[in-house]
Design a protein. Structure first.
Length: 557
């Protein structure tokens, strides 16, 4: 990977590039394309999340919440970090803009395919770095475990599991590279299916080898699942690279982009995005470090609570995943206004989705955990501990979602900037300080509260920096309008949470209680949100009316 200097004549950071009157405007997305892509991505993401719950259920049922699962979850830190760095946040922020620029150059009639040139220059070096990272992690596993969880009761088991999970550094890196390339090509099916393949591999391996290998089978499943993530994408990417589509429109004969810069993956950009993702994921390190000094099972309770609580956040960011290539392409074309409109619309819809989900999590936490996990080695005591932690985690879901959505404002232009890393550093310091201060009186709930506070601080700083004279390349947002829009679903969520908790508590059985609470939250949230003028709720009501009209029309025929 090489650092690409700014070309002569390039526009100053944060300013719209001068339009080339000889080159036609980049084509807009076909009508309904983003909606269909988001729906497809959401459907497969939900399937992957469901399989993730099945994975956690199998882990809880087979091994409970004790010293064995604590040891595995320390090793689970490796795939958690790898997924954030190499698939979800890290490489995607560097690669999607680079591939978007290469596609723009191809559309302008470059004689040599810029996409293939980008792959040839970046993939071999990335693969070599990933192999080296995996080998280093395997060799340093004992020291890594000692640093992550010094109070862990079974370090040897954690070391074995860490060495098995370390293989995901290579497989996740290749999967993340393929996902970024395919999303830039507007191909979302295979990238959206990777977690279906991943969790299928883990669950299958646990069921087959759990009796003989114990919790090590879950670590082996991580290795198997990582290979499957690559396998579902590689054929599609290979076909795209072998048979590139025709140019979208003719362009300059030299194949340069409007600023004259070649499509490359800059080392400075890769460094900033990976450090940001690493810093963001280090919240997990703080949690497990502090929890390793608590009673056995504390790390497991934190893990189960976090996995369930983050489902609304994952679903809320699906639209941002689909539209990130659109934002990157708009910035590559110098269309700042189109990028701003897209980001602000995504923020409104993502906030509506995550706050509705957070309301359900807080209102129905005991019922959710009992239905999902209370069987086998997972006891009612584990349910109570996990549910209480999950409610605290939910307080930080809006902050988590805003960070995931706002970071696209900073890295969408494919330019390195250190501001996001600085904001994440402030959030991590806040998480660590509050965690140390609250872990003694409140235990795992204090750790979860520190997590929520730290990520909320980072979200506020990222929003504050998204302005006209902000860091170079940032998409400037209308921050007052964004805050006003966020306040509407937030107020709706508060009312819906109280109503849902009353409904869930009025029913004794967990399944009916969960159904009553979730339905109450959904209805109250939509009605209050629509009354307040929330975009997401208005859209939900409009879609519901359209669906009812179609059903009535079909029946009338």
């Amino acid at each position: 990977m090489t650092v690409t200097p700014s070309a002569p004549g390039a526009s100053p950071p944060g300013q719209r590039a001068p339009q080339d009157t000889t080159a036609p405007e980049a084509p807009r997305e076909p009508r309904g394309f983003l909606a269909r892509a988001a729906l497809l991505t959401a459907a497969l993401s939900i399937a992957g999340a469901v399989l993730g719950l099945v994975r956690d259920q199998a882990l809880a049922q087979l091994f409970g919440a004790g010293r064995d699962t604590d040891a595995f979850l320390v090793a689970w830190t490796v795939p958690e970090f790898a997924a954030t760095l190499l698939i979800e946040d890290g490489l995607a922020f560097a690669l999607v803009p680079a591939f978007s620029l290469a596609l723009a150059q191809r559309a302008q009639g470059a004689p040599k395919d810029p996409v293939r040139a980008l792959v040839a220059s970046s993939l071999p070096r990335l693969a070599l770095a990933l192999v080296a990272g995996a080998a280093l992690t395997i060799a340093a596993a004992p020291y890594l475990v000692a640093a992550l969880a010094p109070g862990l009761s079974d370090r040897e088991l954690a070391v074995d599991c860490t060495r098995l999970t370390a293989t995901c550094l290579l497989s996740f890196g290749l999967a993340g590279y393929s996902s970024a390339a395919l999303r830039a090509h507007r191909r979302f099916l295979a990238p959206a299916a990777i977690y279906v393949a991943y969790n299928t591999g883990i669950v299958t391996t646990m069921l087959v080898l759990g009796g003989r290998w114990g919790v090590r089978s879950a670590a082996a499943g991580v290795a198997v699942g990582g290979l499957l993530m690559v396998a579902v994408q590689l054929p599609v990417l290979w076909r795209r690279l072998r048979t590139p589509g025709p140019p979208e429109h003719p362009g300059p004969p030299d194949g340069s982009d409007r600023n004259g810069s070649p499509a490359t993956v800059g080392l400075a950009l890769v460094g900033t995005v990976l450090l940001f993702a690493l810093c963001r994921q280090s919240q997990v390190l703080i949690e497990r470090f502090l929890a390793s000094h608590l009673a056995a099972g504390s790390i497991s309770h934190l893990n189960y609570a976090q996995k369930v609580a983050q489902i609304p956040m994952t679903l809320s960011l699906m639209l941002c995943t689909v539209t990130f290539p659109v934002v990157a392409r708009a910035l590559a074309d110098g269309d700042i206004e189109r990028a701003r409109e897209r980001v602000q619309r995504d923020l409104a819809l993502a906030a509506c989705t995550v706050l509705a989900g957070a309301a359900i999590v807080v209102a129905c936490a005991p019922q959710i955990i009992e239905v999902l996990f209370q069987r086998g080695a997972f006891t009612s005591r584990d349910t109570a501990a996990t549910a209480s932690v999950m409610r605290v985690y939910a307080l930080g879901l809006l902050g988590q979602t805003l960070v995931g959505a706002l970071i696209r404002c900073y890295f969408g232009a494919g330019r390195p900037t250190w501001y996001p890393l600085a904001t994440m550093g402030v959030g991590i310091v806040a998480t660590a300080w509050l965690g140390v201060w609250t872990v003694r009186p409140w235990g795992t709930a204090g750790i979860a509260a520190a997590n929520a506070a730290g990520i909320t601080v980072t979200a506020a700083l990222l929003l504050a920096g998204a302005r006209e004279n902000g860091p170079g390349g940032v998409v400037p947002l209308r921050r007052r309008a964004v805050l006003a829009e966020l306040s509407r679903p937030l107020r709706a969520a508060v009312v819906a949470t109280a109503a849902g908790a009353c409904a869930a508590g009025a029913v004794g059985s967990p399944v009916p209680g969960l159904a009553a609470g979730a339905l109450t939250v959904a209805v109250v949230f939509v009605l209050v949100g629509r009354a307040l003028g929330d975009q997401g709720c208005v859209l939900a009501v409009s879609c519901l009316r359209s669906a009812i009209r179609r059903v009535v029309h079909v029946r009338s025929r």
